[in-house]
Design a protein around this ligand. Sequence first.
Ligand code: ZN
Ligand code: ZN
Length: 287
Amino acid sequence: MTDDFLIRFWGVRGSIACGGPDYAIYGGNTSCLEVRVGGHVLIFDGGTGIRPLGEALMREGAITSAIYLSHTHFDHICGLPFFGPLFDPKNHFDIWSGHLDWPLTTRDAVASLMSAPVLPIDPDIFQAEVNFRDFKSGQTLYPADGITLKTTALNHPNGATGYRIEHAGRSACYITDLEHEGAEPDPALVEFVLGTDILIYDASYTEQEYAQRRGFGHSTWNAGLALAKAARVGLYVPFHHDPGHTDPIMAKLEAEAVLAAEKVGVACRFARERMELVPGRTEPVPA
Ligand SMILES: [Zn+2]
Ligand SMILES: [Zn+2]
């Protein structure tokens, strides 16, 4: 059953990767999720976490998959040039984004990262069959039979897309990067994540940090918890952790959030690298 719908976290950090012993428990790679659903592999974001995901996938043989970008800020695409499966002609990838305004395309955004003198290679170097694809946030996508991918626009500088993956009566939502507005959850976002089994949410900042960083496009675990409670989600998973939050800080924040969530009847667990979640369960798959 766990093979039918499973989420594995390969990068949980926002803004910039952070290595070293201070990040050994929660992890330092930037955003990347592997979602195994209905016999398919879907990838969300291409942060630095996609590099080790690529190594794992290459051990499985030829790969046909799709990469759905929340948006094309650096921390969400910087791993793509180092994603090994893109360099193997046996593989096939569609790379999607939905936040750009035409005539700007997903390919343009990736090409702007992969261009001299920033990087000496451009996207034509990929030997896999790669199709860059574009949609508009709000459209519904159908990655494969039995899998529905709903999308919504998020409040973030240059735009971002939130996703809701649905399969066989279960669902998970990937809601990063966004800034909340006001004290109450956005009714449209409540409706989008309503009743979902897993809500992964941009909780970059503490409330104190947020007060100094309004307009940066990120949120807090407190705002995410208000959303999770209003939408009656099964498990609330704060994500896109600030690189300044070392393991001891993260442990303290998680303890505070879990306690606050318990008080309002919400299960909560912070995203950490290699954690595996199954929609419908509130405990991770044992490592
Ligand atoms: Zn980000
Ligand atoms: Zn961003």
